[in-house]
Design a protein around this ligand. Structure first.
Ligand code: TXA
Ligand code: MG
Length: 368
């Protein structure tokens, strides 16, 4: 008999009766987005899916509406938001003096998980940009997001849909509890395809600087622009009072209640030994460890501890690790561990974005 294939898609059964939810996870009738579009245009708050993570959106040209986002998330007002657009016509309204390199990057990576910092026009409220004279712009690839912007008829200001400091949301069921009571409407688009927020780039003197790594890698950007600089804050800790190119880098991110540590060495046997050492130390001190490891290492660790330790599988490829990362971080506290020990990955390609998020989740506690 054929075994039914297991699917990882979460069905939001506990959310089904909520009248504020439009379920488009298996439905391509985007005309249903008209109502959500008019809520956005009129300054309401809508949670919506994108290919990276879920967004918490409103009318990006309405300064008062935008303030509601900062209140709902508990976000510091100097941490600016991304404006999401659905076509190049919208870009002309919100950004000016765009250079050839900037156009080249947009042409190459839009629609997609790529955000660019541009000089803003006067119609962009200062609440969106945290008082800066630049604005972050992204044209998402997700059809629900693009149609929502189209029906809204305005650029949508949207940060990741999560309480500030918590992991971003990659499934509506993950963020429902923390945000649903604060919003006017929610759109369920299933699990986010990529799972990590967009690559954020600012071009300075013709050279793209990566302020936040994502699915679009430094190599891809270099191939288009001929050059790329990875900002020092991507893998390094930000010193107090240091001026940063992107205000979001200063703040705590992806935090769990449990203390987390990251373990990575290019030599996998050294990584495994360090994880074992940290786990044994916990057990010796009568503390409860939790191991988050790649699928390929699960059997090895399980054999060591035979039921004495809990595990979370991060995935088997960089793509699946990205997709699972935020829900894995959210799962940590369900186990109430004293220490979560997380296996890292190589910082190449999209691995750079994974390590950037993990370092922050672990507050830079890295063992190698
Ligand atoms: O994939 C994404 O980018 C998701 C989805 C919803 O589009 N959005 C997202 O937004 O991650 P948020 O607000 O969580 O992160 C935006 C980042 C922050 O680190 C912020 O500081 C930075 O972009 N940013 C926004 N405007 C900026 C500006 N004018 N200059 C420098 N950094 C800026
Ligand atoms: Mg965020």
């Amino acid at each position: 008999m054929l075994k039914k294939k297991k699917t990882k898609t979460k069905i939001s059964t506990n959310l089904i009766n909520d009248e504020k939810i439009l379920d488009l996870s298996n439905d391509q009738d985007y005309s249903k987005l008209e109502e959500a579009g008019s809520i956005i245009r009129n300054g309401g708050l809508v949670i919506f899916p994108t290919e990276t993570v879920y967004g918490l959106g409103t009318n990006g040209l309405d300064g008062e509406a935008v303030k509601k986002i900062f209140i709902a998330k508990g976000r510091k007002p100097d941490n600016p938001l991304i404006l999401h657009i659905c076509d190049i016509e919208m870009l002309g309204k919100i950004a000016k003096n765009i250079s050839d390199v900037e156009f080249k990057l947009m042409n190459s990576f839009w629609p997609g998980p790529f955000t660019i910092i541009l000089e803003k026009t006067d119609i962009v409220p200062s609440t969106v940009t945290g008082g800066l004279d630049t604005v972050a712009v992204r044209m998402p690839n997700n059809e629900i997001a693009r149609n929502l912007i189209k029906y809204s008829e305005v650029p949508i200001a949207a940060p990741s849909a999560n309480i500030s400091g918590k992991p971003s949301g990659t499934a509506l069921s993950d963020i429902y509890k923390e945000l649903s009571y604060q919003v006017d409407y929610m759109i369920d688009g299933g699990n986010s395809l990529i799972g990590l927020e967009s690559t954020v780039v600012r071009v300075i003197d013709g050279i793209p600087h990566i302020l936040r790594p994502g699915k679009i890698t430094p190599e891809e950007i270099k191939n288009v622009a001929g050059n790329v600089i990875i900002d020092s804050s991507v893998l390094g800790k930000i010193e107090n009072n240091k001026k940063v190119l992107s205000p979001g880098m200063k703040y705590k991110h992806y935090a769990t209640n449990a203390k987390c540590v990251l373990v990575y060495n290019k030599d996998i046997s050294k990584t495994k030994n360090k994880i074992i050492e940290l786990t044994n130390q916990c057990l010796k001190d009568s503390k409860k460890p939790l191991i988050l490891c790649l699928d390929s290492e699960l059997d090895y660790f399980k054999n060591q501890y035979r039921g004495k330790v809990n595990f979370i599988c991060l995935g088997d490829s960089l793509e699946s690790i990205s997709q699972n990362l935020f829900s894995s971080l959210r799962k940590i506290d369900e186990f109430k561990p004293d220490l979560a020990i997380i296996q890292g990955v190589d910082s190449e390609g999209i691995g750079l974005a994974i390590m950037n998020r993990l370092l922050r989740a672990c507050q830079y506690n890295l063992y190698s």
